[in-house]
Design a protein around this ligand. Structure first.
Ligand code: GAR
Length: 188
């Protein structure tokens, strides 16, 4: 059985979707959910779905050894960033495979500060004709690692950032769990 740990900072709709997808999966299971925000709704979602959830602080992350030991002891195969907004220390990305989902077509609209609504605001302000999602491996630079999967959506002339966020959300729900599955099981 391959094990994933999910790191998230916010609402956790992606985390919930991933947990549900792998709930009865024959070879992948969600081990635990981790958030740097004590009040993040993702922790409540995990609890409701009977998945262990943990809070950690920014210094826990940066001091690293304790968290690394947790993931090592749990034999985590993949760390999934699902709306996780801190940069992972080098040691994490050197020891573990880590995937992230980004709500735009990288390399455009990536980098520090580019998350959630900030991305959609920028895309709409630039009158782009399309946007999408990028699922990529994480390295030591924000939004930089190898791209595993992208899906696009069209932007209508009158779309607002909120409307674009809805389209992106649909793509995320449709594709993120399968991209994780494909990465872990190596199937096409
Ligand atoms: C998602 O749209 C994800 O792509 C984005 O945060 C949202 C989290 O939503 N991630 C980033 O912007 C990373 N740079 P959720 O908490 O409902 O899953």
């Amino acid at each position: 059985m391959k094990k994933i740990a999910i790191l998230a900072s916010g609402s956790g709709s992606n985390a919930e979707n991933i947990i549900r997808y792998f709930q009865h999966h024959p070879s992948i299971q969600t081990d635990s959910v981790w958030s740097n925000k004590k009040e993040a709704f993702v922790l409540e979602r995990a609890e409701r779905l009977n998945i262990e959830s943990h809070h950690f602080t920014r210094s826990d992350l940066n001091e690293t050894e304790h968290l690394l030991l947790e993931f090592r002891n749990r034999k985590i195969d993949l760390i999934v960033l699902a709306g996780f907004l801190l940069l992972l220390p080098q040691k994490f990305v050197r020891e573990f495979s880590v995937v992230n989902i980004h709500p735009a077509l990288l390399p455009s609209y990536g980098g520090k500060g580019m998350f959630g609504e900030h991305v959609h605001n920028a895309v709409i302000a630039n009158r782009e004709k399309e946007s999408g999602i990028t699922i990529h491996l994480v390295d030591e630079i924000y939004d930089h690692g190898k791209i595993l999967f992208q899906a696009k959506c069209l932007i209508d002339r009158l779309d607002t950032p909120e409307m674009l966020a809805g389209k992106i959300h649909e793509l995320e729900m449709e594709h993120f769990p399968q991209a994780i599955e494909k990465f872990l099981l190596g199937s096409d």
